[in-house]
Design a protein around this ligand. Structure first.
Ligand SMILES: Cc1ncc(COP(=O)(O)O)c(C=O)c1O
Length: 418
């Protein structure tokens, strides 16, 4: 991996307030539901199955399929759209590794497109890339900033390019036009996603012929209770990793040896992705669908507070702080409040960590990982090459209070001397 300094790798994690990033309470509730589910499933099985019908009302009559993850949904969508070996699929290079993994899983060839100021497709580069014989594109709306879907649709329609609308990061669950855009729509609900749930992937489509193809390819394997238990264990291991790093840092190696926490890598090569993930596609467990319904209902209330928090943060940050705000769909609040810290990202994140504020940064350009460095061309990716070193996401979502938001904005302004 071509990352020159350790400081480009992680924000300082030791002083974080973990609860700003991970919803502990929700996770705890899910566990209680799970114990209930395991203990009662011989009698309540039908009750949980009922949720596979109930959830449909949220998707406005579209055909809908439930899977074990968003990446599985992408694999099934690609194969059902007829994408096969050697077909070209365009994505932005500034993206989640799971997206390129799904393309590689169907044997297709990824094409990297550069990004604009908001992390979306650079339209002129997209046009040029499409002329190389692209069959489909996956729009990922990085940071939940809705991409320029109208322009993208025009470009794709002119060359008969299929569109997969990947809404894993987008806060548009109740916005009809965004949720109907593209041949298929993909959702991923989970702890780091807009809708909290137990890792579920969803595909929807309005097109009957595509729905028929998806039904034909829909797997018979289903997420088992043992799979669910292992998701829970890994989730807690992850949370516990942060906890130990914050409060018992000197014991972290010991805990890691006992396999109780993950070890934060201290050599940059260790965190490289050397091989793409082999994605195992399974049908969702009815219990995951039940939790997804609960997640949607909670989201309905929480998004209002999240929107208000984003506006407050935006208004409180000095105008010279470069907060990335949506250009195309201004009314959809991003999932990450990301600023561009042009020179001193690490120092700013360190300063915020020392004041108890957790920050994160995503993404590394995909071509920097060993697994993807040779799978697609890297030319004309100048904006991607620039932005990835600058982005820093600040906490702002529900349940952060107004006071916390004002303090975060104050600290960022103060760091810059504004
Ligand atoms: C845009 C996007 N698509 C797909 C995925 C994959 O979702 P999952 O983690 O549920 O497999 C992610 C993962 O974070 C993502 O950010």
């Amino acid at each position: 991996m071509i990352i020159s300094k350790m400081e480009e790798y992680y924000p300082p994690i030791k002083k974080y307030s973990i609860k700003q990033i991970y919803p502990w309470l929700d996770c705890l509730m899910d566990h209680l539901f799970f114990i209930f589910f395991i203990c009662t499933s011989p009698v309540t099985k039908e009750y949980f199955y009922g949720y596979s019908q109930k959830i449909k009302k949220y998707f406005r009559g579209k055909e809908i399929f439930f899977l074990n993850s968003g990446r599985s949904a992408l694999v099934l969508a690609l194969s059902s759209l007829g994408i096969k070996r050697k077909d070209k699929v365009a994505i932005t290079a500034f993206n989640c590794p799971a997206v390129i993994d799904s393309i590689l899983n169907v044997g297709a060839e990824p094409i990297f497109v550069d990004i604009n100021d908001c992390g979306g497709f650079d339209l002129s580069h997209l046009k040029k890339s499409i002329r190389k014989g692209v069959k489909a594109i996956i729009i990922t709306h990085v940071y939940g900033i809705v991409d320029n879907i109208k322009e993208i649709e025009k470009i794709c329609r002119a060359d008969n390019v299929l569109i997969i609308n990947d809404l894993a990061q987008v806060n548009s669950f109740f916005s009809k036009d965004i949720n109907e855009f593209g041949s298929v729509q993909i959702y991923s609900f989970g702890p780091e996603k807009p809708i909290f749930s137990l890792n579920i992937g969803i595909i929807t489509t309005k097109e009957e012929n595509i729905a028929t193809k998806i039904s034909e390819n829909y797997t018979q394997k289903t997420v088992s209770s043992a799979d669910l238990a292992s998701i829970f264990i890994n989730r807690w291991k992850y949370y516990f990793t942060f906890f130990v790093n914050k409060y018992f840092f000197s014991l972290a190696n010991l805990f890691a040896k006992c396999n109780l926490i993950y070890l934060f890598k201290d050599k940059k090569e260790d965190a490289d992705i050397n091989l793409y993930e082999n994605i195992i596609v399974k049908k969702a467990n009815p219990f995951q669908i039940f939790l997804a319904v609960i997640g949607i209902e909670k989201y309905r209330k929480r998004i209002i507070k999240t929107e208000a928090n984003f506006m407050l943060l935006k208004n409180r940050l000095n105008a010279k702080v470069k907060l990335i705000v949506p250009e195309s769909y201004k009314n959809i609040v991003p999932h990450y409040a990301t600023i561009r810290a042009e020179k001193d990202r690490f120092l700013l994140s360190k300063y915020l960590a020392e004041n108890g504020i957790a920050t994160v940064w995503n993404y590394y350009p995909l071509y920097k990982y060993a697994a993807y460095s040779n799978v697609a061309g890297k030319e004309n990716l100048s904006e991607t090459d620039k932005i990835w070193r600058q982005v820093l996401s600040l906490p702002f979502r529900y349940p952060l209070s107004e006071r916390s938001i004002i303090r975060i904005a104050y600290l960022v302004n103060n760091f810059y001397g504004y």
